[in-house]
Design a protein around this ligand. Structure first.
Ligand code: ZN
Length: 227
């Protein structure tokens, strides 16, 4: 039977992809991997663990502390504030961690290999997003090719959200029955719950739910039970 490994960050997109994988491969054939890479907020890891538990799937947490030793980006360097908009030199937001998705997927492949898992699932998308070059379809196709060659193993990388708008992703989550799980997800760059509602990540998330005409379960959760 075919099985899948989902890269689960604790965010809205990877959680939606987990439910996509459960539908596609079946409940007993899906597991998750979460990377502890020195991200600014422990809350992301806690969310990923809650999402995996709710879905009843196994989760492996792999530490990658190398990113924290690299400077210059706002996701892992606590001295740098998250800025809206693109850097004048790189044309990218300062939340870009160079090579992050390449490394995540390579480690995911290394985890999948001994387990006989041939499908990797990632929530990256090239629409509506910040323009991270490692989230593009061409990058993933090239990486899939590289991994097949480098591991002599027929792996397939799935990115079900690649060409979906944020609103499409919200509708997909609804259709997959993933909305209750989205109450456990974390998006805010400021790492607070309830989410700040003002950072670029919060604004993008709110816009997607608004366009889909569906209330954000995380907002609803804190409205009902403020903390
Ligand atoms: Zn925020």
């Amino acid at each position: 039977m075919e099985s899948a490994l989902v890269v689960l960050s604790g965010g809205q997109d990877s959680t939606t992809c987990l439910y996509w994988a459960l539908t596609r491969f079946g409940a007993g054939s899906v597991e998750t991997v979460t990377f502890d890479y020195g991200q600014r907020h422990q809350i992301e890891l806690d969310c990923a663990t809650r999402v995996a538990a709710r879905a009843g799937v196994a989760q492996t947490v792999l530490p990658i502390d190398t990113f924290a030793a690299l400077e210059g980006n706002a996701l892992t360097d606590g001295n740098i504030a998250v800025r809206d908009g693109a850097d004048a030199q790189t044309g990218l937001p300062n939340t870009f961690v160079p090579g992050r998705n390449l490394i995540f997927l390579t480690f995911a492949a290394a985890l999948a290999y001994p387990r006989g898992i041939r499908h990797l699932v990632t929530g990256v998308a090239q629409t509506d997003y910040s323009g991270y070059p490692d989230c593009r379809q061409t990058t993933l196709q090239a990486l899939e090719h590289t991994l097949r060659l480098g591991m002599a193993y027929e792996l397939t990388i799935h990115a079900p959200l690649m060409f979906q708008s944020k609103a499409d992703t919200v509708r997909l989550a609804r259709d997959l029955g993933a909305l209750p799980a989205l109450a456990d997800t974390h998006t805010c760059y400021n790492g607070i719950q309830p989410p700040c509602g003002e950072c670029p990540a919060c604004v993008l998330r709110a816009r997607g739910f608004a366009e889909a005409g569906i209330p954000d379960p995380v907002v609803e959760r804190f409205r009902e039970r403020p903390s």
